[in-house]
Design a protein around this ligand. Structure first.
Ligand code: HEM
Length: 468
């Protein structure tokens, strides 16, 4: 097994803020639940100093991680607090039953937040509304229904041979950067290459060697995805001045999106040129074909839409999976007992030189528990988000319709009232402990939940098998 150094300090970029609930916080939360009278929205605890229209915007100044701020606010206010921001109020909750209730009220067209409308506005200006993650209402529902078939287990498992190949290449790359003592200092770039290569495999059927192609399209793609995510953050957390003039964030968002579309088109031209000849395929052959090929062959959407959705999958799956995988390897390196258990399970299912496929992966539940436990402590997104069309009552407070409700995943994942010994890394808790299902939701929930969950979990399990 490859030995990884522990890189906790350097990797704790977005999550990993640890704190212990103080008794006053828990008491405060419990007392509010015990008081049965429903209180008005204005009574929800909130940081002081909210100004007209801009609200608490001053608290965002100089912030590099929103979760840093919200962890503090949960500590200060308990399980629910209100945050005012450019004319809107959002509510943050750290209670699994309240998170569940929010999802149960999400309606036919779940929406993540009012900021979706901001992105929708920009896409309308571009006359470019076929990006799945940003779609809403009937348009979103229609797209999602057209993409259902590709999520079937047989289809996802059909990519295992490609995932194995890319994972073997990752290991070879890791060996290349090992030091004389057999340790690897920093594998973040290699993990990002791996996640781009697996995503390019299922999205386009591309076989990319990022190290060999250094400086090529892959690097441009990664930079564009990173840039897009950063500008999205700026667009969503600043006043919508781009409606008045093209702000820097607005121009950059468009620049990165144009770049992604350009690269998607290059991949599409390169890897689907023989699509017409392959149009008559049996169901069995269909599995294992790239997403783009399948969508083009199915013909339920235009080629332009199919290309946009394939870029969307690549972009949505790349950094999320890389981040999670970095921490999966980190927790593996930190906990020899976890390595041992994973190794035993893998070798009890796979023979020498045998590679994992859908059947064998299903016989390795421990790998799933290891991933889930990693996600409990090291979240990609520290919140779930929903914007409801109807009023709802949460934790004895009235929440009016059209309020964004954020579920504090990071806070709940480390809450000692929800997890025994919460800072202990223990994958076995997922078989033994009684855990509320809405406490750890790294992929969100429901019809608007992560489209690529099965892809991500399969890729990571294949990598774990290859690493052992
Ligand atoms: C460990 C890796 C990943 C994590 C942690 C993750 C997490 C998430 C989360 C939290 C959401 C929002 C869900 C909600 O609002 O309920 C989401 C949405 C989405 N994810 Fe992932 N994701 C991962 C990998 C992937 C991959 C590999 C793909 C593509 C194959 C993908 C495609 C999407 C898409 C398209 C959406 C938007 C779905 C919609 O709006 O209907 N994700 N993801």
């Amino acid at each position: 097994m490859i030995r990884f150094c522990s890189w906790q300090r350097r990797l704790a970029l977005t999550g990993g803020i640890r704190w212990k609930a103080t008794s006053s916080r828990v008491e405060k939360a419990e007392s509010s639940v015990q008081d049965k009278a429903v209180k008005p929205f204005s009574a929800i605890p909130s940081p002081p100093g909210s100004l007209p229209f801009i609200g608490h915007i001053r608290l965002l100044k100089g912030l590099t991680s929103l979760s840093e701020l919200t962890s503090k606010l949960f500590k200060d206010h308990g399980r629910i607090f209100r945050f005012d921001f450019i004319g809107y109020s959002s509510v943050f909750i750290a209670d699994p039953s309240a998170v569940e209730k929010t999802f149960r009220h999400e309606g036919k067209y779940p929406s993540r937040s009012f900021t979706e409308a901001n992105v929708d506005y920009i896409l309308k200006q571009r006359n470019d509304r076929n990006f799945f993650v940003f779609q809403s209402g009937e348009e979103w529902r229609d797209t999602r229904s057209k993409l259902g078939k590709q999520l079937m287990p047989a289809n996802v498992y059909g990519y295992c041979p490609g995932f194995n190949k890319v994972s073997r290449r990752f290991i070879r790359n890791v060996y290349d950067v090992q030091n004389d003592d057999g340790f690897v200092e920093d594998v973040r770039d290699l993990i990002r290459y791996w996640s781009l290569e697996v995503a390019a495999h299922f999205a386009y059927g591309a076989d990319i060697d990022s190290i060999k192609n250094k400086g090529g399209l892959e690097k441009e793609f990664q930079d564009a995805v990173g840039g897009l995510v950063d500008t999205l953050f700026d667009l969503q957390t600043g006043p919508p001045l781009y409606k008045v003039f093209p702000t820097k964030a607005y121009r950059e968002f468009n620049k990165y999106l144009d770049k992604l579309i350009e690269i998607g088109q290059v991949y599409a031209d390169q890897y689907t040129s023989d699509i017409k000849e392959r149009a008559a395929v049996s169901e069995e052959k269909f599995h294992g074909m790239s997403l783009l090929e399948q969508w083009l062959i199915e013909g339920k959407m235009s080629a332009k839409d199919a290309i946009s959705h394939s870029i969307n999958m690549l972009a949505a799956g790349m950094d999320t999976t890389a981040h999670t995988t970095a921490f999966v390897l980190y927790t593996l390196s930190k906990h020899p007992e976890v390595q041992e258990k994973a190794y035993k399970q893998i070798t009890s299912v796979l023979g020498d030189d045998e590679e994992p496929d859908g059947d064998s992966l299903q016989k390795m539940p421990y790998l799933g528990h290891h991933i889930k436990e990693t996600q409990r402590l090291y979240q990609v997104t520290p919140y779930t988000a929903r914007w409801l069309e109807t009023d709802v009552e949460l934790l004895n407070y009235h929440i009016p319709a059209k309020t964004t409700i954020f579920g504090g995943l990071e806070t709940m994942g480390q809450d000692p009232t929800l997890f025994k010994d919460p800072l202990k890394f223990n994958p076995d808790r997922w078989t033994t402990d009684d855990i509320h299902p809405f406490t750890v939701l790294p992929f969100g929930f429901g019809p608007r939940g992560c489209w690529g969950r099965r892809f991500a979990e399969t890729e990571m399990k294949v990598l774990l098998c290859q690493v052992s």
